[in-house]
Design a protein around this ligand. Structure first.
Ligand code: IMP
Length: 428
């Protein structure tokens, strides 16, 4: 089945790299279809460690075509930095393909991201400050700058003028910042033109042709379901479509091609930034998960909020994305706990609610209703067969599977790339 999507099933940082690794040898194209350099993943190949924020992980695999499709917002400065850094280490990046329709993050988007967050005070989202929200806002407002615009200087200038006309009023009069010069922005964008030209294509056509030729295309979702602009905990979300449907609109391929949807779910829950999180822990168990799971942001370094597994969220994600297989990550982090609580439903002002409530106010008030599972103390990191896991760990996985709305096909048991237990093949 040629079109495969990988999405985060919680609030991000579930460890999608593990799932990518599992199917890497079957993949011909890797597509980043949403978000921008707000994501962050570390890829370890041999003894080399690569930190990528914008580029799809496929850039490191010879023979795989990495694609940045139309749903992505690109900060060209960051793009150049990441390409330079990889080239300096001998990686051939010439195979990268970029959509002409993708929108560009400019300095005024980054500035607006930071000042609007400050202005929101205690209602702030806790964004990564990379200009993601303002760039998507401009796209929807039809005042965005697209990759193709930098190849038509006249159009580029017109568009930047149009955008800055309004934004400079805002920056100067509301936020007390200096106005941004049209020339400054245009010159900077034009400086990327020669480097970008050979990389830009109609990526929707490229991917359509690849799929018609029976190539295998992996769509790698940035962020996660609960951060999706439509289906997440709005307004505490990112500004893009991080769910499986976003792979179709964000790349221009037909939705029916997405035959395998892999949801990545951590054996507990984390989130960065503000917003509701019913099973959040603010005690020594929260600290245990943070320290043992190294739960600090790859992009911002912020400590992540931590909590127990939330089954209604997994079920919600299974439904919204049409998850065919879950990959459960970081099971080993739970080793050493006497008992492991799992949030199975919520108590909202005295009423039991079994699914994610449709009202954000209710979700804010929701307290977790826990079921408790026995823990285990054995080290899991060397185990590769499900049957070799301690009985309590197997029971925990099977209980999560029964509650989460799709089968758990693989289980991460340690930080190394091969520390994984496979129960069902992810691709036929
Ligand atoms: P933005 O994407 O920078 O606008 O931030 C919006 C929200 O999404 C904030 O709560 C961020 O912390 C969160 N966010 C964005 N990217 C990621 C990610 O890759 N992992 C986890 N959270 C993220």
């Amino acid at each position: 089945m040629p079109a495969v999507v990988i999405v985060g099933a919680q609030w991000g940082d579930e460890g999608k790299g593990k799932a990518t690794d599992l199917i890497a040898d079957r993949i011909d194209y890797v597509v980043k279809f949403n978000g921008g350099n707000n994501a962050g993943h570390t890829v370890v190949i041999g003894t080399e460690k690569y930190a990528l924020h914008l580029l799809p992980s496929g850039i490191l695999t010879p023979g795989v075509v990495p694609v940045i499709s139309n749903g992505v917002v690109i900060d060209p400065e960051v793009l150049m930095e990441e390409l330079d850094a990889l080239e300096a280490r001998g990686i051939d990046v010439s195979g990268l393909v970029i959509s002409s329709h993708a929108h560009l993050i400019t300095q005024y988007h980054r500035t607006l991201d930071k000042v609007t967050e400050r202005f929101l005070g205690k209602r702030q989202i806790g964004t990564t400050g990379r200009g993601i929200g303002p760039t998507y806002a401009d796209k929807i407002n039809r005042v965005g700058i697209r990759v193709q615009d930098i190849f038509d200087e006249g159009i580029l200038r017109q568009k930047v003028e149009g955008a800055l006309h309004q934004k400079n009023h805002l920056l100067v009069k509301v936020y007390n910042r200096r106005a941004i010069e049209v020339d400054e922005v245009v010159e900077e964008l034009l400086s990327y033109r020669d480097r970008l030209r050979p990389l830009v294509q109609d990526t929707a056509l490229l991917l359509h042709t690849a799929l018609e030729d029976n190539k295998t295309v992996l769509f790698e979702g940035g962020q996660a379901t609960m951060l999706d602009v439509d289906h997440g905990t709005y307004p505490f979300v990112t500004s893009s479509s991080a769910t499986a449907g976003g792979a179709a609109t964000g790349s221009g391929i037909a939705p029916w091609r997405l035959s395998t949807v892999i949801g990545i779910v951590k054996a507990y829950t984390t989130r960065v930034g503000s917003g509701p999180f019913p099973s959040e822990l603010e005690d020594e168990f929260g600290e245990f998960l943070r320290e043992k799971g190294h739960e600090y942001g790859t992009t911002t370094g912020r400590p992540r909020r931590t909590g127990w597994y939330d089954a209604p969220i997994a079920r919600y994600s299974a439904r919204i994305n049409g998850v065919t297989d879950f990959v459960l990550t970081k099971l080993d982090v739970l080793t050493g706990l006497d008992k492991i609580p799992v949030c199975v439903a919520y108590d909202v002002d005295g009423t039991r609610i079994d699914e994610v409530p449709w009202s954000q106010s209710d979700f804010h008030h929701a307290s977790p209703i826990y079921e408790y599972f026995p823990g285990w103390s054995e080290d899991l990191t060397g185990i590769r067969e499900f049957d070799d896991l301690p009985q309590a760990a197997k029971d925990y996985v099977l209980a999560l599977e029964a509650m989460s709305g799709a089968r758990i096909s693989a289980i991460g048991v340690g930080p190394s790339r091969d520390a994984i237990v496979t129960r069902h093949a992810l691709l036929d």
